[in-house]
Ligand binder design. Structure first.
Ligand code: NDP
Ligand code: 2IT
Length: 455
């Protein structure tokens, strides 16, 4: 998508000049440009309402990370061979609180990808209302097929550099693609060793016996489905009795399956990067958790072990007819072709469990077909919100029950939903969650930036 063509005549001049500024300064970063465009093109009404956003160049300041850290990560594999990866941490905006956001280990990670994720995180974190800034990090390390000891050595090497940039009042990482409970353990262990501090609030997603919170593992998937349920309820129905298709079969996807099933939906499909499985009887969650969470196997194994399920190699999980689609894998995985198929098959609602999984063209297809659409920065904010619940428990040296943490998550997701709904209504676009999320998140960050002066 040619970015400079993204600006339109009807955009506020401040939005147009910010587009051009970002495009010129960040060539070869298509994901970052896409994420920026998606936010900025919603902001014209805010700039018209408050001219200071333009005169004080808030947009240009917002689009420039406060700090970008890039470092070498050398490590030795089980055969004694040396590998060199690249590590990143982009500390994007701390107007509302310390930088907060996950770490992604995947071969596709580069600076532009980390910047897109960090940029999204600013607005997502604002929407939680919990006083956290936005950041993101990761590495182009590929964990697939690596032994436990290789993962351990990689995490230790990664943290050996990253630790000097972290702190519970500075920057607090968590998991993302390729970083789950095992990796958080190795990362926290190395941080503790290097710092000689038991600083539980420096990283989230910890094990339950050493500072973790109940429901953090489940939070992103659960929260996405809670948001979907509230969005459907506003339109006179719930998930009960509906068919759901989910992409991915990682942390977010698995707990989206769990919550959707609890709310009476039948989840008929999920996927990984190799293909997808269809199980019209409804996915067997215990089997899925065993195959993905314990055995670390491919999703094809699900069909081998489950009578009646089919595996489709390659292809698109969005070919499976459903009422609700939850993209929970990765960016740009649901394109216009997939969106048209979903619409033709009668999809009612789409909620992004992943970050930016829907291409702009696909969002347009849903918008024209009047499909309810929840953007990731609102729908998947339950993960980071529960990270803050974990930090609260750490600060008070206490730990909550599962039920208590889940009810806090439910309240938070309802608050995020309503904040988006209110902003959309205030700006005259009732029901447009994309506009609502971007405007509500922006106002909070931009007002804090203005109040804190030119820094
Ligand atoms: P996991 O690593 O647990 O799972 C990722 C899943 O997505 C796997 O099934 C993986 O398949 C699939 N996937 C990853 N990359 C690709 C790709 N390039 N093409 C096709 N499939 C792919 O990650 P999470 O579940 O934690 O994260 C999923 C999404 O949710 C990401 O967009 C992440 O940013 C977002 N997110 C995560 C949060 C969290 O708390 N973990 C919070 C908010 C958002 P395979 O195994 O074959 O690679
Ligand atoms: O994208 C995200 O919000 C996350 N990966 C979770 C971040 C966090 O700090 O819990």
């Amino acid at each position: 998508m040619p970015f400079s063509n993204g600006a339109r005549e009807d955009h506020h001049p401040g939005v147009r000049s910010a587009f051009e500024h970002v495009a010129r300064r960040n060539p070869d970063e298509p994901e970052f440009q896409q994420a920026v465009l998606e936010v900025l093109e919603c902001l014209s009404p805010a700039l018209s309402m408050n001219p200071r956003y333009a005169t004080e160049r808030v947009l240009e300041r917002l689009c420039e990370p406060e700090r970008q850290i890039i470092f070498r990560v050398p490590w030795r594999d089980d055969q004694g061979q040396i590998h060199v990866n690249r590590g990143f941490r982009v500390e994007f905006n701390s107007a509302l609180g310390p930088y907060k956001g996950g770490l992604r280990f995947h071969p596709s990670v580069n600076l532009g990808v980390v910047k897109f994720l960090g940029f999204e995180q600013i607005f997502k974190n604002a929407l939680t209302g919990m006083g956290i800034g936005g950041g993101k990090g990761g590495s182009d390390f590929d964990p697939k097929g690596r032994s436990d000891t290789e993962i351990e050595r990689f995490c230790q090497s990664f943290m050996t550099e990253l630790h000097r940039h972290l702190g519970e009042y500075t920057d607090i990482p968590a998991g993302d693609i390729g970083v789950g409970g095992r990796e958080i353990g190795y990362l926290f262990g190395q941080y503790r060793r290097l710092s000689n501090r038991w600083e539980a609030g420096v990283i989230t997603g910890k094990g339950l016996d050493w500072g973790g919170s109940a429901v953090r593992t489940e939070a992103t998937g659960y929260g996405t489905v809670m948001f979907t349920q509230r969005m459907l309820e506003r339109n006179g129905r719930g998930l009960d009795g509906l068919k759901v298709a989910i992409s991915g079969s990682g942390n977010v996807a698995i707990y989206a399956v769990e919550k959707a099933q609890q709310l009476g939906a039948t989840v008929v499909a999920c996927s990984d990067s190799g293909g997808y499985v269809v199980d019209e009887a409804g996915l067997d969650l215990d089997l899925l958790k065993q195959i993905k969470g314990v055995d670390r196997e491919r999703i094809s194994v699900y069909a081998d072990r489950r009578p009646g399920a089919q595996y489709v190699e390659g292809g698109s999980v969005w070919d499976v007819p459903c009422h609700v689609a939850l993209p929970c894998a990765t960016q740009n995985e649901l394109d216009a072709t997939a969106a048209k198929t979903l619409v033709n098959n009668g999809v009612l609602a789409v909620a992004e469990g992943a970050n930016m999984p829907t291409t702009p063209e696909a969002v347009q297809v849903f918008r024209e077909a009047k499909v309810l659409f929840a953007p990731g920065k609102a729908a998947n904010a339950g993960g980071v919100a529960t990270s803050v619940l974990e930090m609260r428990q750490n600060a008070r040296r206490t730990s909550w029950s599962f039920d208590h943490a889940e009810s806090e998550l439910a309240q938070t997701m309802a608050g995020i939903h309503d904040r988006c709904e209110d902003a959309a209504e205030r700006y005259g676009s009732k029901g447009d969650y994309v506009l609502g999320a971007n405007l509500a998140g922006f106002e909070m960050v931009a007002d804090a930036m203005l109040a804190q002066g030119l820094i």
